[in-house]
Ligand binder design. Structure first.
Ligand code: A3P
Length: 331
């Protein structure tokens, strides 16, 4: 438990106990419904502290997503793009000299370069580090838009880059991710039903996506929606979109110097998987530890076909097409 930083923290436990509840399942610990989203109960004190205490600054950029939609990749791309002045991406065919080995992404997991805000607010130490971080800050969250603090949503200070992914692949990715823990053996059908049952983190997933999507329609300068599949098909175009959105478009001379290609290569799945595998240690999110290599599995589009029946796929597609009907959003 976090040390109490402010007397209002004491109210969290009381408030949490009053929230609608889902009992624990093999997939998730006990969940509670908070501001329209379902979360593991043990995350709520940090989520609430983030909501109450975070102060956005001009120039903050927040990477947002549901888990397993390409968060790690987007963090790497956004970091490499935003920090390219200080840390030029190593040239694709560059040698192994010291300059080319200096880039933070070659020694740090992208989650260390771009912290999860809900995790930051689980310890005082991390919160102080965040306060001491110079602007412009690159941050991230798995929370729905409805849970973000007013200092992000009511001002135009922050920019949000939201990445979404075809839910069938998101679920299979999540299934592999949780079953890395050999003490768990969660069946794929359990994970599949988590969308309908709203036991996926931050559920309902359609509200998570539409929350950001709807704001992007009215505040396109503040919310940019990216899709994992588009990023896979055309990473260069998406890196250029990110750069423009954060107000750091690539100059012609940068393009001629292949800076965009170098960023794409530095953050490519193959490169990042090899780096993740060679990194010892793990990433802590709230109170759970995730080994560095667990964020890089297959990096493919359409892997779901290898794991679920056409009937399961059809029934999920049907549910989601009903939920997204009329929104203008498509995968
Ligand atoms: P798979 O399990 O389908 O391979 P998140 O970062 O949101 O947890 O998402 C993890 C998913 O993104 C995993 O999908 C992972 O392999 C994939 N991924 C991680 N880094 C990637 C990269 N550089 N390029 C493409 N996909 C990547």
């Amino acid at each position: 438990h976090r040390p109490l930083a402010d007397p209002e923290d004491e109210d969290h436990d009381e408030l949490i106990a009053t929230l609608p509840c889902k009992p624990p399942t093999p997939l998730m610990r006990r969940m509670r419904l908070y501001r329209g989203g379902w979360f593991p109960e043990k995350w709520l004190p940090a989520i609430m502290a983030f909501r109450r205490r975070f102060e956005a600054r001009d120039g903050d950029v927040v990477v947002a997503s549901l888990p397993k939609c390409g968060t790690t990749w987007l963090k790497a791309l956004a970091f490499a793009t935003a920090a390219r002045g200080t840390y030029p991406p190593p040239p694709v065919a560059g040698g192994d000299d010291e300059g080319n080995r200096r880039h933070p992404l070659l020694r740090l997991n992208p989650h260390e370069c771009v912290p999860f805000l809900e995790s930051v607010y689980s310890t005082m130490e991390e919160e102080s580090k965040l306060d001491a971080t110079p602007s412009p800050r690159l941050l991230s969250t798995h929370l729905p838009y409805s849970v973000l603090p007013a200092s992000i949503t009511d001002s135009s200070r922050c920019k949000i880059i939201y990445v979404c992914r075809q839910p069938k692949d998101m679920l299979i990715s999540f299934w592999h991710f949780i079953n890395r823990d050999k003490s768990r053996d969660v069946s794929s059908s359990y994970v599949w039903e988590s969308v309908r049952e709203c036991t996926y983190f931050g559920s309902p997933i359609w509200d998570h996506i539409l929350g950001y999507w709807n704001v992007s329609k009215v505040k396109p300068d503040n919310v940019l929606i990216l899709k994992y599949e588009d990023m896979k098909r055309n990473p260069t175009e998406n890196v250029e979109k990110i750069a423009e959105f954060i107000g750091q478009p690539f100059s012609n001379s940068e393009k001629e110097a292949s800076i965009v290609d170098n960023i794409v290569e530095l953050c490519s799945f193959e490169k990042m998987k090899a780096l993740g595998a060679s990194m010892a240690g793990s990433q802590k999110v709230i109170s759970s530890e995730f080994p560095n290599d667990s964020f890089f599995r297959k990096g493919a589009i359409g892997d779901w076909v290898n794991h679920v029946t056409p009937e399961m796929a059809e029934s999920l597609d049907k549910l989601l097409s009903e939920k997204f009907d009329g929104s203008g959003f498509t995968f």
